[in-house]
Design a protein around this ligand. Structure first.
Ligand code: HEC
Ligand code: HEC
Ligand code: HEC
Length: 118
């Protein structure tokens, strides 16, 4: 009986490990750099995950797909279009949002002279 219980516990453990692995096929990036004429922007993915208390659903997939080659759709009209829709980075970075809006904060994201390849 004890042996059967141990075997069942092991099977459950193995099953949950397999599920976790399937959910994280792609590795979460540390940082992603976006090109912009006004200075490249470094998105610190790890820092953002921490700020979101590890809740991937704060962003995926409602704001972004898990794909760093997908367009962000954030840049139109100096970010005002996305802010009006609370879409993309403006899901949080908008006036009255959980963190700073674009206006007055360009330099917090855009590093003058930085290129995406740096
Ligand atoms: C604050 C928002 C945010 C949170 C929270 C977040 N991500 Fe992301 N993630 C992004 C953005 C932005 C991208 C890039 C999307 C783009 O460029 O179109 C991305 C891309 C990814 C990618 C694709 C990497 C590649 O190589 O293409 C993976 C995998 C990923 N995230 C996993 C996770 C996991 C796992 C979590 C939770 C632990 C998480 N993310 C939480 C914003 C977030
Ligand atoms: C789920 C909400 C959320 C989304 C979506 C989000 N951010 Fe943030 N972002 C934050 C919070 C909260 C902070 C402050 C983090 C802290 O205090 O550690 C922050 C901080 C930053 C900073 C750091 C500024 C500084 O002075 O240190 C940059 C740069 C930044 N975000 C860029 C982006 C970009 C680019 C995107 C879109 C790809 C994005 N964020 C999407 C919540 C978000
Ligand atoms: C929260 C971070 C953040 C803030 C704040 C921010 N930007 Fe951006 N900006 C980005 C990102 C990320 C991109 C690339 C977005 C994309 O591809 O959709 C971008 C793209 C742009 C572009 C397009 C550049 C090109 O080469 O096509 C312009 C112009 C721009 N931003 C201007 C501004 C101005 C002006 C401000 C201040 C009023 C500002 N941004 C504030 C993150 C930010």
């Amino acid at each position: 009986m004890r042996l059967l219980f141990a075997a069942l516990t092991l099977i459950c453990l193995l099953g949950s490990v397999a599920l976790d692995t399937a959910a994280q096929e792609k590795k979460a990036p540390d940082k992603i750099k976006y090109a912009a004429k006004t200075g490249a922007v470094t998105f610190d993915h790890a820092q953002h995950v921490k700020a979101a208390k590890n809740d991937c659903k704060a962003c995926h997939d409602k704001l972004f797909p898990q794909d760093k080659t997908a367009p962000l759709n954030y840049k139109a009209a100096m970010h005002k279009t996305a802010e009006a829709k609370k879409a993309s980075c403006a899901g949080c970075h908008h006036p009255g949002g959980s963190t700073f809006e674009a206006k007055g904060n360009c330099a917090k994201c855009h590093v003058k002279g930085a290129k995406a390849g740096d």
